[in-house]
Design a protein around this ligand. Structure first.
Ligand SMILES: Nc1ncnc2c1ncn2[C@@H]1O[C@H](COP(=O)(O)OP(=O)(O)O)[C@@H](O)[C@H]1O
Ligand SMILES: [Mg+2]
Length: 233
């Protein structure tokens, strides 16, 4: 049961400020958040509410101005650059709106790359790439290049790449933002499958319909988080 599953992400009073000339702009205003292993969480908020800023902190791509953040029991502020890079690749699988695939590499090589960085042995690597691309429904397109794939297929390659190293959380920022409705729904189906297999997913979106696929939704507005139903939208 998820209620008893370990907490793998905890934030306490996370703030993020940007200095813009003389002005300080406060983008996150004291975020408290807990995510348990196996959860499928959506962070829902309008453009400019601080979603990507929060995602970058969750993914250890950026540091907060204040507050504490623990990922898998580790206080992130205590880690140096080397160990942060290691945490990023071991703990977090990133999925972005615009896929960020390497255009000169085929689907296979895009998925293989994080496994090379993780020093996986060649034989295991081959098996893993094949398994991942098959899982996302691209067994017959393993040697296609990104420009030979549809948007939905490119996002599937990105998902295969994100889960290849078996990260603690799958972190997706507007994963369907560049896709039409039908293709977006197929990507959400894949997220459901991955979550059913026990994978923890944090998905960031401005689209309430997409957020509804998650089992838990937190809302972000002007850098504040609120949980549960709102009176009106
Ligand atoms: N590097 C930065 N410097 C200054 N302001 C920033 C920076 N990054 C984001 N912001 C501001 O923070 C706010 C939230 O941005 P962001 O997290 O990208 O929102 P969202 O992803 O919800 O659209 C915006 O007002 C944006 O202009
Ligand atoms: Mg954003």
């Amino acid at each position: 049961m998820i209620e008893n599953a370990p907490v793998i992400l905890r934030m306490e009073g996370i703030t993020k400020e940007y200095q813009m000339g003389d002005e300080v702009s406060v983008v996150l205003k004291g975020i408290d958040l807990e995510v348990r292993q196996g959860e499928f969480l959506a962070v829902l908020g309008p453009s400019g509410s601080g979603k990507s800023t929060l995602m970058n902190i969750i993914g250890c791509l950026d540091v907060p101005t204040a507050g504490n953040y623990w990922l898998n029991g580790r206080l992130i502020a205590d880690e140096d650059q080397t160990s942060l890079a290691h945490i990023r690749s071991a703990e977090v699988g990133f999925i972005f709106q615009s896929f960020y695939l390497l255009q000169r590499q085929d689907a296979w090589s895009n998925v293989e790359l994080p496994l090379i960085y993780a020093n996986m042995h060649e034989k295991d690597r081959k098996a893993r790439v094949e398994e991942m691309l098959t899982k996302v429904g691209l067994a017959d397109k393993m040697h296609h290049f990104p420009n030979q794939l549809s948007g939905g297929q490119q996002q599937r390659v990105a998902i295969a790449r994100a889960i290849a190293t078996n990260p603690t959380i799958l972190l997706a920022d507007e994963p369907t933002g560049a896709l039409d409705q039908k293709t977006g729904a197929q990507v959400m189906e894949l997220f459901h499958e991955l979550n059913d297999e026990g994978r923890t997913i944090i998905m960031i979106t401005h689209d309430a319909k997409i957020a509804a696929h998650a089992e838990r939704i937190v809302r972000i507005l002007d850098g504040n988080i609120s949980e549960g139903e709102l009176e009106d939208a």
